[in-house]
Design a protein around this ligand. Structure first.
Ligand SMILES: Cc1cc2nc3c(=O)[nH]c(=O)nc-3n(C[C@H](O)[C@H](O)[C@H](O)COP(=O)(O)O)c2cc1C
Length: 359
């Protein structure tokens, strides 16, 4: 396809119509149709013009820009070629489990349009590690960073969870740029118990053995429903086992809304609290861990708040469902405007120009 097309304008004019039609459908049906068309389109779309001055260096990797796609939208790594054509700096696929899994009963994805939020109880539905790896290998990454989010199968008891994470680490460590241990989804019974010290320690110990053979950036994704103490001890464990980062946060449980996890604006405050605690602790303990912020980040102001709190890399999911590609293009142009206002040229300079709260 001709690269002279202005995709920012094209998406701006077409997305409202697309969204209106998609929102007439059941949320999961709309999701599946969208992923299938992205899968098709991705093959023919040109690269996004990259600007070196948005680059972020973290965990030994160079990210094109600080805004990534969060896990769960492209669970099976089917639409990487589409997402990397947008001005995303990185894309996280998964959650992938060792064996294929159908997930929970439908309906399991619900919209709250007035609150720009979602609730899901998907339950790690995915095609399994073999198929996801194949998709990953044959995707067009356009030189961008691809993370793979790892989960245990529902049938695997918690005592054996470490075996699932070890087999997934081995399977994906040659093809992913970073890996994420996901024990924070509210939709696999008992999974969050593994966020407690004993569970995490066992998984980190198991993966330490694999990391001797092949070391790639390894992160842990945490829950917004964790208490202060739990968060502090997670940072201590991350430091002890030299993990490369923490992704904060997954979805939150809001019993009054029903089962599953809530994301988007309704999650914003809880997620922000967790990020601020973690950033302070990371700074206080001189940790080398990176914090990737996700959860209720919907506007450029939310991004600015996160950067001012000391974070650099951020991910979005729900805001992308509501705002689509135009939102990602707007982040890029607003960041450019912010650079101009501050008279800076690189992301490092921009970050240094902020009054970082956590320092
Ligand atoms: C429908 C749906 C499915 C998700 N699936 C996953 C998943 O498989 N693995 C994961 O780590 N997070 C998953 N998430 C959580 C997101 O990655 C993200 O952490 C969360 O939605 C908060 O970000 P947001 O407010 O920008 O959506 C899912 C979220 C939604 C809405």
């Amino acid at each position: 396809m001709c690269s002279c097309i202005n995709f920012s304008n094209l998406y701006k004019s077409t997305y409202p119509f697309f969204k209106k039609s998609a929102f007439l459908l059941d949320a999961e049906v709309a999701h599946e149709l969208t992923i299938n068309s992205m899968k098709l389109m991705g093959k023919y779309l040109p690269n996004h013009e990259r600007a070196d001055n948005f680059q972020v260096k973290a965990m030994g990797l160079t990210f094109d820009n600080p805004i990534g796609l969060a896990a769960g939208l492209d669970k099976n790594a089917e639409a990487i070629s589409y997402f990397t054509h947008l001005p995303f700096g990185f894309v996280e696929v998964g959650t992938v489990t060792p064996l294929p899994q159908i997930g929970n009963e439908k309906p399991r994805l619900f919209r709250y349009p007035e609150e720009e939020s979602l609730r899901n109880k998907m339950g790690f539905n995915n095609l399994g590690a073999d198929k996801v790896l194949e998709n990953l290998k044959f995707s067009n990454r356009r030189g961008k960073i691809i993370g793979v989010n790892l989960g245990k199968n529902k049938v695997t008891p918690n005592e054996q969870a470490v075996l699932d994470y070890r087999s997934l680490y081995k399977k994906f460590c040659d093809d992913a740029d970073y890996l994420v241990i996901n024990v924070s989804s509210p939709n696999t019974p008992g999974l969050r118990d593994l966020l407690k010290d004993k569970g995490l320690r066992e998984i980190f110990e198991g993966l330490a053995i694999e990391r001797v053979n092949k070391k790639i950036p390894l992160l842990i994704k945490v829950s917004p429903d964790m208490g202060d103490e739990e968060l502090l001890s997670t940072v201590a464990l991350v430091n002890e086992f030299s993990l490369d980062g923490i992704i904060a946060t997954n979805t939150t449980i809001m019993k009054d809304r029903g089962d599953g996890g809530v994301s988007g604006k309704l999650l914003s405050l809880k997620s922000k609290r967790v990020r601020e605690i973690l950033l302070k602790e990371i700074s206080k303990t001189h940790s080398k861990a990176e914090l990737i912020g996700v959860g209720g980040i919907s506007t450029f102001n939310d991004l600015m708040d996160f950067w001012k709190a000391g974070g650099k890399l951020a991910q979005i999911y729900t805001a992308f469902v509501y705002g689509g590609p135009p939102l990602i293009y707007s982040f890029e142009s607003l960041l450019k405007a912010e650079y101009n206002k501050r008279g800076v040229i690189t992301f490092e300079e921009f970050h240094d120009s902020l009054n970082i709260i956590s320092k």
